[in-house]
Design a protein around this ligand. Sequence first.
Ligand code: AMP
Ligand code: MG
Length: 427
Amino acid sequence: MVKQAVSDAVLITEPGCMDDSDPTSLPYEIALKRIIASITSITDTETVIIDQALDRVLASDFIALMNVPPAANSAMDGYAVHSSDIPQTGTRQLTLVGKSLAGKPYTQSIARGACVRILTGAVLPEGTDTVIMQEHVMLTADTITIDARTIKGDNVRPIGEDCKRGEVLLRAGTLLTPASLGVIASMGVAEITVTRKLKIAVFMTGDELRSAGEKLAPGQIYDSNRYTLHGMLTRLGIEILDLGIICDDRQAIEQALITAASSADAIITSGGVSVGDADLVKELVEKLGNINFWKVAMKPGRPLTFGKIQNAWFFGLPGNPVSTMVTFYLFVQPALKRLMGQTPTDPVSLKVTCTTTLKKRPGRLEYQRGILTRNQNGELTVSKTGAQGSGILSSMAQANCLIVLPVENDGVMAGGSVEVVPFYGLV
Ligand code: AMP
Ligand code: MG
């Protein structure tokens, strides 16, 4: 009898982080939209030399000050001629009157029936409009013989072919890549105005945490989130205000939040945002500022808190090391890009065949760690890195992509198709 009563009993509890369906958790898309809708870009700018502008955000449209190339020039080593001298059929002999080299142009006008030797990048002399490849001529000491195969304008790079004076080359909000720095330099511009660097305060909470280099007492673990967070923030070109490890103490956390809010554009913390006794961060953010949301229906990373304290945005990331990284990439990175004025771009995602079976229960969007490779047929395939617990950081280090499993997905059999977001791409 008693046994029966126990097995029939149902405990009414709050959904925990292992529950797949939790009506109080926000869907990923809504959580991200709320963050993006709340944040507006900083407006402060600074002028930097272009050598130091890599990965900074352009503050205003960059307009071409000149034509590039500034004059028509040769795309080949050959002979510059006027197109009216090219025969319709048969061959014609032209007189060789000089040379135009890159940086050393031929300065006189070329009459009909004459031509000049020209090398790649050299300016076309006045009176010429076409370059004949050297492989297509017969050369004597002071003549060339050409045939009909070249047409007007061949092998010439016209003035302004790359950039036309007055056109917008790079829009405000552009992340300055090596290619964009090259474009700016091609205009002879040595300094550029970018949005100022963001300053982000970071601290990790947890009585159990020690820093690398210290000795561990029983029950303690090393703090890895400091290094993953610093790495991800450094890649975004952010100035970090490192407040270190803060123990699970109300006063200590409150003090750290006050210090952070008074000096940073945003605060990122790890740990202390779930519902345990030591999870004080959310409560203190509520006291000092306000919380927009604190739970997202995803795995890993449900207890993600977004709010604001004074003028500083607050991102409370879960302490589990994989959750910290995944929530940073999915929410904090786009938020900080917006804050620094960068025009948003969608992460590149691909549909590929999964070579391993993936377990999942419906109810939450799930990110698993994957290794994207090419099989013998040259097709991209993905396999999971192994166990997917949110504390298994080594699997994040092995991975080169995240496998995205939609909310209602209930697992994937080997050979099925999945969406992946690669960690790296060419920029
Ligand atoms: P919390 O979110 O504080 O409940 O922490 C969840 C789990 O992540 C616990 O097992 C913590 O020990 C672990 N954890 C929290 N912060 C860190 C950190 N900075 N580095 C490594 N593990 C952590
Ligand atoms: Mg903790």
